[in-house]
Design a protein. Structure first.
Length: 379
């Protein structure tokens, strides 16, 4: 492990809590580890070679034309091994937030059981699929939820839980039944948090992305000093990050079958700076723009394709994208989670205890799905 690194951060696709922004479907947050002199030299070289005006690299502008994409491509080549990126499909991220705030409060006592089954990914992916494919109601549901989380207006919550259910798919019926019956848990979870201070940015992805990237770099360096382009979400809340100042122990969180680092050692509070004054931040801006561009399915030029080829090497585990394997009806995991959602909806409708004996139900469902009788039935 190396001693110390300065890490420079910037984003692309920031729309705050407005995760349904159709013009910017991808949020990308990039981290670059580089010496100041090297960063300045690279930025000066790129500005002169590609005749970039205003003396500053702005990735969002560069990706809009072929010349700018050539400049970014040279930056990515120069930063090989020195960059990490967190990239998220914002619509899927909103679906994940829906599970976190609508389902999690009622399942909290045994939440580890559900997370190990990837139940959260099953529900989130089903919501996302409804949203992008055919679900007019799902779109309305998302818009109401986004508005609620952005404004803290609980009148919106009433609308969210009183929408009609005509024409829903069976899965959305189950999700809707669960949400309606447990709205009091949702209100209790959100009351006093959203709409003010840090809670104003409850749907924003900046803080989560920054924390993930710092934890990732913290596996390679004993201490880190972070420089971030000025950001309203970061200005609103740095409490968790400040708890990492001088943090020497290495703690991991077990998430499914993964061990994910959650601590790192900061030398000082996050530095919120003007990108014009920090070459490293400008490079992070270019990297973020590149992967936001590459991960947008509408972009199919040579650079988008080339940069997608880098994803496996530079995109971190904290990135959020739908994986349809989680709802593949041929897989036991998806079949079991479908049965579990149906059971939770049934218990909700009948006012039964959600969690009593639920582990026995899961075991029974697993045994049934593995049984010869079920296999024969599916043949």
């Amino acid at each position: 492990m190396k001693e110390h690194a300065n890490v420079y951060f910037d984003e692309s696709g920031f729309t705050g809590n407005r995760l349904l922004d159709s013009q910017q479907p991808i949020f990308s947050y990039a981290a670059v580890v580089i010496d100041d002199d090297e960063a300045i030299a690279l930025v000066d070289h790129i500005i002169k070679k590609y005749k970039i005006q205003n003396g500053e690299i702005k990735g969002g502008k560069l990706v809009k034309n072929n010349k700018g994409r050539r400049a970014i491509d040279e930056i990515l080549t120069s930063l090989n091994g020195k960059m990490r990126v967190s990239v998220s499909d914002k619509k899927y991220a909103l679906a994940g937030k829906f599970f976190e705030y609508i389902f999690e409060p009622s399942l909290a006592r045994l939440n580890s059981v559900f997370y190990k089954l990837n139940f959260h990914k099953f529900v989130s992916t089903m919501l996302y699929l409804e949203f992008v494919s055919r679900g007019a109601y799902a779109e309305e549901l998302f818009e109401e939820f986004e508005s609620l989380m952005r404004t803290g207006d609980f009148e919106g919550l009433k609308t969210l839980f009183s929408l009609g259910s005509d024409g829903l798919s069976q899965t959305m019926e189950y999700i809707f039944a669960f949400a309606v019956k447990h709205k009091n848990d949702v209100v209790k979870e959100l009351d006093g948090y959203i709409g003010e201070g840090a809670g104003k940015w409850s749907l924003d992805l900046t803080n989560t992305s920054l924390h993930t990237l710092l934890a990732d770099w913290g596996q390679s360096y004993k201490t880190l000093t972070a420089y971030c382009d000025k950001s309203k979400p970061l200005e609103a809340d740095q409490e968790i990050l400040n708890n990492m100042i001088g943090r020497t122990e290495r703690i991991f969180s077990t998430f499914g079958d993964q061990e994910i680092p959650i601590t790192f050692n900061l030398t000082e509070s996050i530095n919120l700076v003007d990108s014009k004054d920090f070459a490293g931040v400008q490079l992070a801006d270019a990297v973020a723009a590149a992967f936001s561009y590459a991960c947008n399915r509408e972009n199919t030029d040579e650079y988008a394709i080339k940069w997608r080829g880098l994803i496996e090497d530079v995109v971190t585990y904290g990135s959020v994208f739908p994986d349809y394997d989680h709802i593949d009806p041929s897989k036991l995991e998806a079949q079991r989670n479908g049965m579990l959602l149906q059971e939770l909806a049934r218990r909700s409708t009948n006012n039964e205890d959600l969690l009593y004996g639920i582990q026995d139900f899961i075991l029974g469902a697993t045994m049934f799905l593995k049984s010869p009788e079920f296999a024969l039935e599916q043949a």
